[in-house]
Write a protein that binds this ligand. Structure first.
Ligand SMILES: *Cc1c(COP(=O)(O)O)cnc(C)c1O
Length: 224
């Protein structure tokens, strides 16, 4: 099932769009099934679970952190994380930079932008985003690389609303590409789209989709 799902989805999305298989709450055997079908990029949202799975599973897996990240937990993932999608403060960027230095690495990050109208979603608003990017502190962080933006649309059946939110994020991304990041060829990624809305995300310019339930099946309702 999992193998078939992943192969089908990969055959359907454009080759320019990267698939992150969101394996949160799922056992390592489920991840191995996707892995043996040729998939090597997985996303988790809880540090403890991510570290556990990193140790259990093959070392050529590329791990992405997609959930809210507390500053005091950065040190546990800094040695191996490939991309942190959920950076939502300058403080967090500073800590990631510090831990990256300790590990002699450059850590790729996305800035999470708040595009939904739900109270529960983390992320930066546009003013906070611009303040970070213009700050001198940010300019001095040499061991992080901001690769792009991430956003989560409102959880709704209203596709017009979802499209509007993704379109908005895509516009912010394009604006940054021709302004602040003009000279940076590495600002290329837009992480936008989950199982229920990734088609819209791709239509609006997503380069990374984060798919969980459509690959692994529904999760038990115990998410953080
Ligand atoms: C859980 C999660 C996903 C995947 O959700 P599905 O609806 O199962 O595809 C994507 N992004 C984030 C940030 C998540 O927490």
């Amino acid at each position: 099932m999992i193998a078939a799902n992943i192969i089908k989805i990969k055959s359907e999305i454009p080759s320019s769009v990267k698939l992150v298989a969101v394996s949160k709450t799922k056992p390592v055997n489920d991840i191995l099934e996707a892995y043996h079908a040729g998939h090597k990029i997985f996303g988790e949202n809880i540090v403890q679970e991510l570290v556990h799975k990193y140790h259990e599973l093959p070392k050529d897996i590329e791990w992405h952190m997609i959930g809210h990240l507390q500053t005091n937990k950065v040190k546990y993932i800094a040695p191996f994380i490939s991309l942190i999608h959920s950076v939502d403060s300058l403080k967090l960027l500073e800590i990631i930079n510090k831990e990256a230095v300790k590990n002699n690495r450059i850590i790729d990050c996305l800035l999470q932008v708040y595009i939904a109208d739900e109270e529960t979603k983390f992320g930066l608003d546009e003013i906070e985003l611009n303040n970070i990017l213009k700050s001198n502190i940010f300019k001095d962080l040499k061991n992080i690389r901001v690769r792009g933006l991430m956003g989560i649309a409102t959880f709704t059946n209203d596709v017009t609303k979802i499209r509007f939110e993704f379109h908005h994020l895509s516009q912010i991304f394009k604006d940054l590409k021709i302004t602040i990041f003009e000279k940076l060829e590495t600002f290329t990624e837009l992480s936008m789209g989950m199982s229920s809305d990734y088609h819209i995300g791709i239509e609006e310019g997503s380069t990374i989709v984060r798919l969980g339930s459509i690959i692994f099946g529904e999760r038990a309702k115990v998410e953080a």
